[in-house]
Design a protein around this ligand. Structure first.
Ligand code: TEU
Length: 543
C-alpha cells in the first residue's frame, strides 16, 4: 500500500465560532484559534480542519457563503486568517479549509444577478424551473425544508435548494460556474492551505430532468448522480493534482461500492471520504450494525482507497452522549470510543471538546436552540398540528446544537469561552468537565487521546495494518486485530454497562498479550480469557 503523510495523520476539527472568543462578541474567532494552537499541538494532532469562515449571512453557520474570497467579521479578517495559517505551519501542523460549493448564500452576488431576470448571463448559474400546474416542479424534499424548490416572484419561476431556502444550489452543468469555483480553490491553495474538506460534494450533479421521487422523504436522490465523477475528475485535473494536499469529501448516501469510485487511488478524485452509514443511519449504538458497517467498508476499500473514522462532528451529537454512557461511565466510555475510532482502518477525526469528553445538551426551550435544521423541522411539524412540546422533545437527541455548545476551557463563568454573552448557551456541566481540569488530571480523557495519537506515530501497524474481527455476532464486545509484517495488535472493547468475559480465540492464545494502552488501572485475565469491566478498552501487543 502506498504510504502518504495524510494516511498517517490525525485531524482535529475546529468549529471556530464555539472555540474561543477573544473580542467579547460571544462568538469564537480566528484569533481565538491562534490563542489555543499550543493546546491543539499538545494533543499531537497533525491537521486542523476549520469550519467555514467565509463571508456569510450565517443562516446556516457559515455554510451559506456570500463571498468566497472574504472572511466573515465574526471570525476576524483575511489578515488574521493569514496569521492563523502561518502559526499553524510554524507548529508543524497543517490546515484544511471547508469548501462549500454545492450551494451559495442567496445573498451571494451571483445569485442576486441570477434571480434578477430570465435572460441575465448568470441565470443559468443556478437551477431555475417553470412551475408545474402552478406548483413546485417536482415532489423532492430538501434537507432543511419540505421542498427543494422555492418560488421567486421576480421571474415567476422556482429555484432549487438542497438545504435551506437561503442556500440555492449552483448549477454545476454550467462550465463558467465550474471555472469560477476552480479559480477560487486555487486562490486558497496558493495561499498555502493544505487541503479541503468538501461539503456534500457528491450532491453537485443532479438527476437529469428532475423526475418525481417514489419516496420523496428518502432524500438520497440528491446525491451520487450521473456526472459527479466527471466533475470531480475535472476538479482534480484542473486544480487538486497540482498541489501536495489532502482532500476529504463529505459523501452522504454512499455505499462502499460507490465509495471506491470517489477515493480509489486510481480514480484521481478525492483522497478520503466521510460516509454517513453510522452518523446518519445509526441513531443510537448498535454493535452488530456498527461491526457490519466497518467490515463492509474495510472489504470495499482496503488496498484501493482510504477511509475516515468519526462518530461526531458539528452536525452530529457528541459521541459519548449518543453512542456511549455520558453519566456513570463518561470517562471510561469516552476513552473506549476514542480507542475504537483510532484503531479502525482509516483516518481518525477529533471534534473539538471530544478530547475532554464533552457531552450533548438538553436545553429547556426551543428558543435556546439555534440550529436551522432543528428550528425548521420544529416549525414544519408544529404547523401540521402536532403538540409543540412533543415535537421539541423528539428533536433533542439529534439536534446539531448538541455538539455546537462552547468549548469548556475552565470552571469560570461561560466556561472561559467568552467575556460576553455566548451565541449559544454553555453546557452547564462545564464546572466539572473542562480543559483546565483535564490538563491537571493524568488520567483524564485528554491524556488518553494524547497517548493514542502518539501510538499512531510510533507504530505504523495502527495506520497500515490489516484488520480482522474476532468478535462477529457479539453484541457488546468488539475485538479485532491489526496486523503489519511481524507486528500484531489485538484491540478488545466492552461497549456496555455490564461486566463481560472475552474468550481469547485459539488462533492467538499461544501469544503473550502485552497491554500497551488501557482505560482501567488493572487487568484481569489469564491465557484463556479477559474479564472486562463496563466500557473497558485495551490495546494489546501480541508477542
Ligand atoms: O452537512 C450535510 C448534512 O446535511 C449533514 O447534516 C448530514 O448529517 C450528513 O452530513 C449528510 O447526510 C453539511 C455541513 O456539515 C452542515 O453543517 C451544513 O448545514 C450542510 O452541509 C449544508 O452546507
Amino acid at each position: 500500500m502506498r504510504k502518504t503523510w495524510w494516511k498517517e495523520a490525525v485531524v482535529y476539527q475546529v468549529y471556530w465560532r464555539s472555540f474561543y472568543d477573544t473580542d467579547g462578541d460571544g462568538y469564537g474567532d480566528l484569533n481565538g484559534v491562534i490563542a489555543k494552537l499550543d493546546y491543539i499541538k499538545e494533543l499531537g494532532v497533525d491537521v486542523i480542519w476549520l469550519n467555514p469562515c467565509y463571508e456569510s449571512p450565517d443562516k446556516d453557520n457559515g455554510y451559506d457563503i456570500s463571498d468566497y474570497y472574504g472572511v466573515m467579521e465574526k471570525a476576524g479578517n483575511l489578515e488574521i486568517w493569514e496569521r492563523l495559517l502561518k502559526e499553524v505551519h510554524q507548529r508543524d501542523m497543517k490546515l484544511i479549509m471547508d469548501l462549500v460549493v454545492n450551494h451559495t448564500s442567496d445573498q451571494h452576488h451571483w445569485f442576486k444577478e441570477s434571480r434578477s431576470s430570465k435572460d441575465h448571463p448568470k441565470r443559468d448559474w443556478y437551477i431555475w424551473k417553470e412551475p408545474v400546474k402552478g406548483k413546485e416542479p417536482n415532489n423532492w424534499r430538501s434537507y432543511f425544508s419540505p421542498s427543494t424548490w422555492e418560488y421567486d416572484e421576480t421571474t415567476d419561476q422556482y429555484y432549487f435548494h438542497s438545504f435551506a431556502v437561503e442556500q440555492p444550489d449552483l448549477n454545476w452543468k454550467n462550465g463558467e460556474v465550474r471555472e469560477e469555483i476552480y479559480k477560487m480553490m486555487r486562490y486558497w491553495l496558493d495561499k498555502g492551505i493544505d487541503g479541503f474538506r468538501m461539503d456534500v460534494v457528491n450532491l453537485l450533479a443532479k438527476i437529469e430532468g428532475f423526475p418525481n421521487a417514489e419516496k420523496p422523504e428518502k432524500i438520497d436522490y440528491l446525491g451520487n448522480n450521473p456526472g459527479i465523477h466527471e466533475y470531480l475528475q475535472e476538479m482534480n485535473e484542473k486544480v487538486l493534482r497540482h498541489y501536495d494536499i489532502f482532500t476529504v469529501g463529505e459523501i452522504p448516501f454512499v455505499t462502499p461500492e460507490d465509495g471506491v469510485l470517489y477515493v480509489g487511488e486510481d480514480r484521481n478524485e478525492l483522497h478520503t471520504l466521510f460516509h454517513f452509514q453510522v452518523a446518519d443511519d445509526m441513531p443510537t449504538w448498535d454493535m452488530l450494525r456498527y461491526k457490519d458497517i466497518q467490515k463492509t467498508w474495510y472489504e470495499g476499500l482496503w488496498g484501493k482507497g482510504w477511509n475516515s473514522q468519526f462518530l461526531n462532528n458539528h452536525d452530529h451529537t457528541r459521541q459519548v452522549t449518543r453512542y456511549g454512557n455520558d453519566e456513570e461511565y463518561r470517562v471510561e466510555s469516552a476513552k473506549l470510543l476514542a480507542t475504537m475510532v483510532h484503531t479502525m482502518p482509516g483516518m481518525p477525526y477529533i471534534f473539538q471538546g471530544e478530547e475532554i469528553g464533552m457531552t450533548g445538551v438538553r436545553f429547556s426551550t426551543i428558543e435556546d436552540y439555534n440550529d436551522i435544521a432543528m428550528k425548521n423541522k420544529y416549525k414544519e411539524e408544529v404547523a401540521k398540528g402536532r403538540d409543540p412540546q412533543e415535537v421539541f422533545e423528539s428533536l433533542l437527541p439529534l439536534s446539531r446544537d448538541n455538539s455546537r455548545t462552547p468549548m469548556q476551557w475552565n470552571d469560570s463563568e461561560q466556561a472561559g469561552f467568552t467575556d460576553g454573552n455566548p451565541w449559544i448557551k454553555v453546557n452547564p456541566n462545564y464546572k466539572s468537565i473542562n480543559v483546565e481540569a483535564a490538563l491537571k488530571d493524568p488520567n483524564s480523557v485528554f491524556y488518553y487521546y494524547k497517548k493514542l495519537i502518539q501510538l499512531r506515530k510510533d507504530h505504523p501497524v495502527m495506520v497500515y495494518g490489516s484488520f480482522t474481527d474476532y468478535s462477529t455476532g457479539h453484541e457488546t464486545i468488539y475485538a479485532y486485530t491489526r496486523e503489519l509484517e511481524d507486528k500484531q495488535w489485538l484491540i478488545v472493547l466492552n461497549h456496555s454497562d455490564q461486566h463481560e468475559k472475552f474468550s481469547i480465540p485459539d488462533i492467538i492464545s499461544d501469544k503473550k498479550l502485552e497491554p500497551i494502552l488501557h482505560n482501567y488501572d488493572t487487568i484481569t485475565m489469564d491465557n484463556k480469557s479477559i474479564e472486562l469491566r463496563p466500557h473497558e478498552a485495551v490495546i494489546f501487543d501480541l508477542q
